[in-house]
Design a protein around this ligand. Structure first.
Ligand SMILES: [Zn+2]
Length: 524
């Protein structure tokens, strides 16, 4: 049945796409080169071949107003496709961004000696009854029954499942030599959202990274907590979009204490985060309510974050905390023994007595991070309806646009592949990150516009100037908004020429040098 469903979804997406498909003929020369590249086991990705059904669902309401948030942008520009309410298909360009995020996360997990695994999506309901969480869980839990009338949970989280695995593998006790235990997975999680919206921000299926840790005692668990928190700081710094780390409430998960990672997004956010400007301390509105410092958030909702009630800072005497609207993208919990005790994940202490291990759990909403980061970067779009990718997640970093079919510049076509190859060879960071816009039935201007909307950080145009004695190419820099956001400032004094598309005219050598400098500055 699942296979059939997948097939059905693919056919449905395809049928929408085929209605909007545009056919392109590759020119003779580019096909020849392409075959040559295939022989070397590499073929440049081409815009004509990427499945990017732009405007697949034209919405008359949207066409007249400026797009409000990343959810609309990624849908409009063919990054994701909504199959049904809350079920979102991730299409190839978004998938590349997601894969890049996975690489960053996996590298930082390795840095804290956490190991990747995959647990079954279905967790037996009885495990959740053992910890008492099944009764507490609300209607957001998705439950199903198999042919033997055994009930399973489509897991939103795996504390019970990991405890069961560890307890079953070490039925007597977990030997000290195996601790600390740090295991994570990156898998699809489920939540029966009452009102799914904002595409991948509030969907019913989403990709999540969840790490579970086991330590001998509180002190060791706190050490793990600090190490993983530091890894999270590194992950979010590498993504390169400003974030807030706030003390959070432990809520339904339970445990000792927790922190939340937020991207500020007035458009798609649903949580209030309060921060003190003088000491930098942040806490979620939920926690402040639990501790009685904030009466409730009705005032915040009514007046908006800026005119809400004044909350004195908990951490220092001088400051007040200002509220902002955020999207929660990561969460760390020091769980204590809430789960290890009922699930009997134990070790022997100095007196040979059985003691439950102290746990931590650490989540990252992967699909959510990619989309919410766009909510931050797209807040000041320089061009209407354009996506601004963080450099770290851009599906491709350089888009090369060749001359139009039948135009005078057509003779310069051979430069497209040559430039692509030379860029990948001379600037290693860009290896595999160059895409060619081969739709040579379209004008250069139309394709530059498309590339801006898709959000390729750098665009290289092979046009008229490529036919000069010293061939020159136009470099269009789309990273300005992002650079401002991360405080990276000017990179190279790119003198814009007047006749082109707003870029700088550079020889091949200059181009390679400038690209190298861009990468040095933007790579974190
Ligand atoms: Zn303070």
């Amino acid at each position: 049945l699942p296979r059939f469903t997948d097939f059905y979804v693919i056919m449905k997406v395809l049928s929408v796409y085929l209605k909007n498909i545009r056919y392109y003929n590759l020119s003779e020369s580019s096909i020849n080169v392409c075959q040559h590249r295939r022989y070397n086991n590499y073929c440049f990705p081409r815009v004509s071949q990427v499945f990017q059904p732009s405007d697949s669902v034209p919405n008359p309401k949207e066409s007249t107003t400026k797009l409000q948030n990343a959810a609309q942008l990624v849908t409009k520009h063919g990054m994701v496709h909504q199959c049904s309410a809350g079920q979102i298909a991730v299409l190839p360009l978004f998938q590349r961004a997601l894969d890049k995020l996975c690489t960053i996360v996996e590298e930082q997990m390795q840095a804290v000696s956490a190991y990747k695994m995959t647990m079954p999506t279905l967790t037996p309901q009885q495990l959740w009854k053992k910890t008492g969480r099944f009764e507490e869980a609300g209607p957001e839990l998705m439950v199903l029954e198999d042919r033997h009338e055994k009930r399973f949970i489509l897991s939103p989280t795996h504390e019970e499942a990991i405890c069961d695995i560890v307890a079953t593998c070490f039925p007597k006790d977990v030997p000290k030599s195996r601790l600390p235990l740090r295991l994570y997975q990156i898998t699809t999680k489920f939540r029966d959202e009452a009102r799914p919206r904002h595409a991948l921000i509030r969907s019913r299926e989403f990709l999540m990274k969840d790490l579970y840790t086991f330590d001998v005692d509180e002190a060791a668990a706190a050490e793990t907590y600090n190490a993983v928190s530091e890894a999270y700081n590194t992950i979010f710094s590498r993504i390169g979009v400003p974030f807030i780390r706030a003390r959070g409430s432990c809520g339904a998960v339970g445990g000792k204490y927790s922190h939340e990672f937020h991207y500020l997004s007035p458009a798609a956010g649903q949580d209030y985060v309060l921060s003190c400007a003088s000491c930098g301390y942040s806490a979620t509105a939920g926690l402040l309510q639990e501790t009685g410092l904030l009466p409730d958030d009705t005032e915040l909702v009514k007046h908006g974050p800026t005119d809400g009630p004044t909350v004195p800072c908990q951490n220092c005497d001088s400051g007040n905390m200002d509220a902002a609207v955020g999207v929660e993208v990561g969460h760390t919990f020091l769980l204590g023994t809430t789960y290890s005790k009922p699930m009997k994940v134990v070790h022997r202490d100095m007196d040979m007595k059985l003691q439950p291990l102290v746990m931590g759990c650490y989540g990252l909403g992967m699909t959510r991070i990619v989309q919410a980061s766009l909510d931050v970067t797209c807040q000041q779009q320089p061009y209407e309806d354009s996506i601004v990718w963080p450099w770290s997640l851009a599906p491709y970093r350089v888009c090369i646009i060749g001359p139009k079919r039948g135009s005078k510049e057509k003779e310069a076509q051979h430069w497209v592949e040559t430039l692509g190859r030379n860029i990948e060879q001379q600037v290693p960071v860009l290896r595999g990150d160059v895409i060619l816009d081969d739709r040579d039935n379209l004008s250069i201007g139309k394709r530059v516009l498309d590339a801006r909307k898709t959000g390729y950080p750098l665009i290289v145009v092979v046009g008229k100037a490529a036919l000069q004695d010293v061939p020159k190419f136009e470099l269009i820099d789309n990273t300005e908004v992002y650079r401002e956001l991360i405080g990276c400032g000017e990179i190279a004094s790119l003198e814009r020429h007047k006749e082109g598309k707003g870029g700088a005219l550079l020889s091949q050598l200059q181009l390679l040098n400038v690209l190298g400098e861009f990468c040095n500055r933007l790579q974190r």
